[in-house]
Design a protein around this ligand. Sequence first.
Ligand SMILES: Nc1nc2c(ncn2[C@@H]2O[C@H](COP(=O)(O)OP(=O)(O)OP(=O)(O)O)[C@@H](O)[C@H]2O)c(=O)[nH]1
Ligand SMILES: [Mg+2]
Length: 186
Amino acid sequence: MRSDRLPHNKIIFSGTVGAGKSTAIASLSDVKPVSTEALASDATAQMKGTTTVAMDYGILFLNGGEKVMLYGTPGQERFSFMWDILAEGGIGLVLLINNAAPDPLHHLEKYLHSFKGFIANTAVAIGITHMDRSLMPTLVDYRSRLTQIGLMPPPAVFRVDARQRDDVAMVVKALLYTLNPGLIDA
Ligand SMILES: Nc1nc2c(ncn2[C@@H]2O[C@H](COP(=O)(O)OP(=O)(O)OP(=O)(O)O)[C@@H](O)[C@H]2O)c(=O)[nH]1
Ligand SMILES: [Mg+2]
């Protein structure tokens, strides 16, 4: 892979609180990831001990030696000012939705709306996490909702366990493939 095939090489992980954004970056990164965890407060504290307050950062090396920078956003909406800042210059979005949280289909719509402008200029691939804990909604339900939303081309949707590197790699490869099928030939 040559650098002229991947002029900008930054992808963004966003999505619901506890979906596994920080975990996914740690699973996939070939270097020790940088994280900004702080003790959770309010409703998040009932779900998890810490939460991302600024960003996660990791690096993935593709087979050709090409570097893909992985940026994770905070899930909490009170830190949503970071979403646009982190997305600046990104080539695509991996959206992780926590299937064990209440109303995940609503979260899907909300995050797609928040990143509407970014996605219009780039691409998105979707990972549904915590499906081992909650089977509903199903991937079919997500695909139906995406059809209703009308994004073109329709985003790829996968079952992802953020703790599993192969699962995270799959959704990232789908994103890179959407952007440029030549990118993942290595
Ligand atoms: N059972 C299960 N646990 C998962 C899965 N994916 C991630 N986790 C766990 O979910 C927890 C939350 O993950 P984080 O990586 O902190 O989530 P986050 O999206 O970064 O959360 P915020 O930064 O608070 O928005 C961790 O304990 C992960 O190990 C999954 O598919 N199944
Ligand atoms: Mg996090």
